[in-house]
Design a protein. Sequence first.
Length: 399
Amino acid sequence: MSIAAPPQTQATGRLGEIIALAQSLYEDIAFKAVADWKAKDKTRRAIGFLPVYVPREVIHAAGGLPVGIMGGGDMTEIVRGDSYFQSYICHLPRSVIELLVSGRLDSMDGFLFPSICDVIRNLSGMFKLLKPDRYVHYFDLPQNFRSNLGGTFYVSELKSVAGAVSAMTGTPVTDERLRESIKVYNANSRAMNALLELRIEKPWLVPAAEYYLLLRAGFLLPVDEHTAMLNEYTLLVQQSDRRALDNIRVMVRGAFCEQPPVALLRTLERAGCYLVDDDFVVGSRFIPDPIAETGNPWDALADAFMHHSLPAASVYDEKHEKAKKLVDRVREVRADGVLLMAPSFCDPALLDQPMLQEALEQAGIPFTSFKYSEDTGQFQVIREQAGTFADAIKLWGTV
Ligand code: SF4
């Protein structure tokens, strides 16, 4: 289902071109952009990765293109994907299998499956069976955050990925190359943070759908092209004449893996909610602070993941700080309330929800919750729920 951007946010000129490019990349479920990138040099290799987070710096340093595989969204008809899974799991693995068996992932030379849940683990096994000629790696993440244990393990995983991608590209990952890649991704992170800050301060300038499309573009474009795109958008949108509406400010949590349809984001804004913070495509900004650009780059990546990443349902919360961090973040971005929106049957998100709800209740922060799937096509009920939530906060400051 397609929902157009509201007239007051429709963009023309160069801004419109940037958004149109991001939209076309989002709709490129056959990954033609990747095939085009590879066609320019026959030594180029692309490595697809599943949500939530992989250190793209390692693939980049090996001369590869990291490509996010975020499911088929509402653009993929599931013909064979359903036959691989029971009915009571989320939608993402069905559409990913559909992309695979329909040949739309043929431009990928390898696949990384970060350890986020059993579904992703099983999916990696299916890929191994269905694509025995491809590199398929279950990218295990540490659950112990001591440098001499989890850190050592994580570095060995990083080096395993580096070795595999280097064998395909012929480019070894030296410390020097990895430090350069960290710098390039730090620049991307700075551009991303500038956009996030602008959205927090003036959310009417950065509609949720545009912001989301820009995030997704970063999972397909070479990193320097994406950084330039973010910087240009952030500059141009501040020169636009978009005006503020009487919307409430909301924060979204639960959407870190299977992604909501873009039309759902537009629906939420039309219902009166500015999205000032969220966990969409969270792997693109999983480590908000700059990663050390000097010293041992492997240790720097391990330290960043273990001690400086955002809280997520897929990462073990060793210090039990997730609920506190949620409340702190609500205050930081001055959100009026929280939308707990999770994919149907997503165990990690739904198991976290009672704990997050309790923290919000204790802090007196209004929230509402609903479920979606990547191909949800009916938004009326969600629109009414979000609209009522927004109206209640405007009228009474609570729900
Ligand atoms: S949506 Fe949830 S259950 Fe499904 S693959 Fe992602 S984390 Fe796992």
